[in-house]
Structures are given as C-alpha cells and as structure tokens.
Design a protein around this ligand. Sequence first.
Ligand SMILES: [Zn+2]
Ligand SMILES: [Zn+2]
Length: 311
Amino acid sequence: MSHDFTVTFLGVRGSIPVPGPSTLKIGGNSSCVQIEILNHTFFLDAGTGIISAGKKLVNTFLTSSSDSHKQLFTSILISHTHHDHIMGLPFFAPLFLQQSHISIFGPSIYGPINYPHTDLQYVLNMLMDQMFFPIDLQETPSIKQIISLKPQNQIVFSPQTSIPELVQQNNFNPTSDQIVISQYRNYAHPKNGVLVYKISFNGKTIVYATDLESYISGDQKLIQFSMNADLLIHDSQYTEEQYMKIPSVQGFGHSTAEMACYVAKKANVKQLLLYHHDPNHSDDEIFKKEIKAKELFPHAQAAYEGLILKI
Ligand SMILES: [Zn+2]
Ligand SMILES: [Zn+2]
C-alpha cells in the first residue's frame, strides 16, 4: 500500500533529556517528531530530538546542490513553550544557514494581567536572549516567520509553494493536494494549556496530543478531534500506579498509558503511540507499560527514538 506520511520519532521524553545506560533503547531526548509529506518537512515540537535532524537536513542540503539560489524550507509546530519542547531550538542547524527559511507556529502565552508581551516571538526571543544563549534569535542568518496561532487558525501547505500559509477554518475549503493542519488549545496542562495538532492529507490524519491530562470517561473534545485518525500520538507519562499513589502527579497535566488507550479506543484510531515518557522510567519500565497498554488497545506501541512509521 502506498504511504503519504513518514513519521520519525526524534525525542520521546518529557520534562528533561535523560541520556544514560537505562534509556538506550527508548532514547533520552526530549519531545520532537518529524513529519515528511510530499516535499514538505516539519517538526512537532523542538525538544533536543530536533538537534540531530537539523544537522542532517543542513548536511544533505549543502551536499546535494551547488545552486546558490536554492533554499531549505522547514516548519516547526510548537505545542507549548515549556523547556522540554523548545530547548533544542537554539541548536537547530537550519537557524544558522543563510539559505534557510523556517516557519514556526505555536501558542500565544497568557500571563499575569500586566505581562508585557505574550506572543510566541517574544518567548522564543527570550529563549535565546544573551542571558541564556550567546546568539540572539534575530542575529541568526536564516529567514524566520514566527506566528502565534489563534483559535480557528489552520496551517496549509500547498504544492505550489514551500512556505505554509495561515487560513481561517470557517471559510476555507482545502483542495485534495493540500496538507491541512488544524489545532485547538487544550487546558489540561498548567498554566496556559497546550495546542493539540491534527495533520490531514489525502484522506489520512495524524493527531499530536502531548502534555495533557485526560478526564474520567475520556477527554470528549480530544476524542472528537481524533475521531478515526490513522495515528494518535498521546501523552503517556505515567503508569496507573504512579497516578493513583502519588498525590502530586494528579493535576500535573499528564496522562497514563491507560488514559491514552481509552481515548484511542473511543476515537476509533488505527494506531496509538505512547509518548512523552517519564524521565524517571527505564527502558524496562516503559516496555512493561507498553505490554499493559496492548491489553487495553492492541494497536498501542511505546514511541522510541529512531522509530519511523509510514502511513
Ligand atoms: Zn513536556
Ligand atoms: Zn509541558
């Protein structure tokens, strides 16, 4: 069967990167998934997993063509700006390439009432402010467009252009050759919530739902949003035992693998990838979590670094 999406898991950890002997099989990098459709490459989150992919893209670009007018186009969709989801961005090699064009989408940030700036651009500028990093984001030679998504905004990749455009969901009818990315803000994560993304192309869909905590009887909005998806990538940070026994875990904005399975089943998805693993969990603990999940939802699998899915 032909496939339309190539999905590569580059970082599958939550909270912090955890390199070391107990995480060699699952991997220790923080959240990042690469999606390739047609000639478009984009990333879901920019945790440390994005670093190796950025180097590879730039190396391939520099060795594949001597055409000085050629450009490297990439896009990054940020779920939220907690460290583990953006800490790889300052080390993303395409930032430092003059022929590179990067589109970055993500949430605006609601702060206290007197918060001076609330857009994504401001937060990413802060990430690379001189207090934290030697090179300002705006000093990097690449061309960048940084967009804070509003409710009902959709991102569209068309075959004629390499740069994605923003449209309003209500008055847009995609053509069959366009890739459409929808999003909504889920508030089950402190304090600004998180954007959940759905990527649709050629009748197939992938949903990316990280850093959210499910509810009793499932998160109805997420179930609707994920209905009949080909792939659901869902937060599965905790085991049920952790969730039930450790009081500070409940309300912290993450799900158990069981919660992810419940959503997957209700939404009738074809495949579930357990994602954003607890940094304290060893490979063996994650494999145990996977076995339990398969009993509830046979098409569940623990995401690991280097896993490539063709959909
Ligand atoms: Zn996270
Ligand atoms: Zn988070």
